[in-house]
Ligand binder design. Structure first.
Ligand SMILES: [Zn+2]
Length: 189
């Protein structure tokens, strides 16, 4: 029945590609000794661990402080059928008051996944309210063929948020929210 096609499709998630943003010479955002590339990798490892505990196959685009092109990251995702792609980032802005969590998707394929993950990020982290946003300018999402999202876990340019962003408690909450969002997407959509 046509109405159930969407459900059946989403349930076929058989691998999660976890993409820790930046790496190597690409430091991402940084403030003092706090580097986005390091924080992203920490959250990525926790997501990997939690997904493996649930029996979900996982592929990491990087496992160390290594430079990978955006195209290279998408190519890894495009090797698999029924995969979903989660790119993990931390945000920064010259406006130091900006804070909170943002979740982006590029194609309509990623829209529901973004909504599920974002909802859990909001309930775990309780930042300012925010909606998922479609962005056509994110190269890493553009080149993936599977449902793909990019999660900005918080602003390291905001002094208060930066204090939280460097803690393992915050990393665990981000990872848990991402995993819960993936599971909700897989189960209910
Ligand atoms: Zn980034």
């Amino acid at each position: 029945m046509a109405t159930f096609i969407g459900n059946a499709e989403a349930r076929k998630v058989s691998r999660v590609i976890i993409d820790a943003g930046h790496g190597g010479k690409d430091k991402g955002a940084h403030r003092g000794t706090v580097y986005e590339k390091d924080l992203a990798l920490k959250v990525a490892f926790l997501v990997e661990k939690m997904l493996k505990q649930k029996g979900m196959p996982v592929t990491m685009t990087r496992r160390s402080d290594q430079f990978i092109t955006l195209r290279g990251r998408a190519d890894i995702a495009n090797r698999y059928n029924n995969a979903i792609f989660i790119s993990i980032h931390f945000n920064a802005h010259t406006g130091t008051r900006l804070n909170g969590v943002e979740t982006y998707y590029h194609s309509e394929l990623g829209k529901k996944l973004a909504a599920h993950v974002h909802l859990r990020m909001l309930s775990q982290l309780q930042p300012r309210n925010g909606n998922t946003r479609q962005r056509k300018d994110l190269g890493v999402l553009k080149a993936t063929r599977c449902p793909a999202i990019l999660v900005e876990c918080g602003y390291i340019s905001n002094a208060n948020e930066r204090k939280k962003c460097v803690t393992s408690d915050y990393h665990k909450k981000c990872a848990q929210a991402i995993v819960d969002g993936i599971w909700a997407y897989k189960t209910y959509n």
